[in-house]
Design a protein around this ligand. Sequence first.
Ligand code: KG4
Ligand code: ZN
Length: 372
Amino acid sequence: MILSIDTSCDETAVAVVDGRRVLSNVIYSQVLLHKKWGGVVPSIAKRAHEERIDFVIQETLRKFFLSPVSDSFPPVLARSYPSTERRREPFLLDTQKKFQQIDYIAVTQGPGLAPALEIGIKKAKELAEKFNKKIISVNHLEGHIYSPFVQNSKGNPKIDFHFPYLVLTVSGGHTSLVIFEDHLKYKVIGETIDDAAGEALDKAAKLLGLGYPGGPVIERLAKEVDNRDFYNFPRPMVSSDNLNFSFSGLKTSFYYFLKKMNEKEKIKKIRELSSSFQQAVFETLIIKTEKAIKKTGIKNLALVGGVSANFYLRKLFRNLAKKYNGQVLFPSFKYLCGDNAAMIGVAASLKVQKNLFVSDIKNLDRIPRMSL
Ligand code: KG4
Ligand code: ZN
């Protein structure tokens, strides 16, 4: 039984997992705090994690003990802010007893925002010392890679591992192509040299005045015009032979394109603009993934990260896999696309099997630019 913590960006997330099964899971999203700034503000994220982490741990343990199996899935997203009274509650009143059921503590070490990561690591160390537990440190990207294999409390989906997989991670902070060779064995074969795919969608949405996060709004608007392409924005780096991505040039060309339009035109064409931008990003992802299939011969695909929630991108991925007679995996529940601690716990459970514990807990530190 592992209690896992992820505070890498703007979600305070805690879960209890048993192997691949998630027994309790709470995600306290900060999206409303960052919305008005049009993106995640590290200092605000840090403070919010600090204020909420004890509450989220308590809630996760409470749910775990309330109904260890049936009620614990899907997770409750604790959206309302805990009352001041609640926040002042002495931390973990009866937790001594509850922690007897927990074997290990897992925590995200990186990559992510340094001040945000720090809060989760500090808490993991505090708990490990107080309750005499070992710590497993997990790479956040490793968590995303395991996300299609995360099961609910009843052990569904029952899919097994059939290595190797070609994994495309697409989120607000990352875009990478990785060969998932075997448990805990990864080979990065391509990554973005500037903006991430989700970040590009968020920036385009901001330029269109659509708010943050941009991905879901752009998806909805694009669907209203059948995801068609009207403006043919550039597909960056698709003719180069390597598998790296670059989205900042696309963003710049979109910016100059919009500059030539007045507000009225922009609003009138908001669907066409959203759809064409999305198409440019997604087609780039597909072209590069197809190159990777040809280069590696690996036909079993997985699409993970926040942008993998997009149904249109999923459809494009399904078609790609079909073309090569391969299979494609997605995170089985929507919350597993975005940041969460369940995927961190599942990756940690494989590390437990290989005895990969943190040997020097006192010196465990965040690694904001941690690579796989
Ligand atoms: O994985 P995630 O929650 O956080 C990071 O680790 O970055 O990903 C957030 C990103 C944002 O850029 C957001 O716009 C994008 O995922 N996203 C989507 C959708 N839902 C979230 N992009 C496209 N379509 C969606 N439905
Ligand atoms: Zn993430």
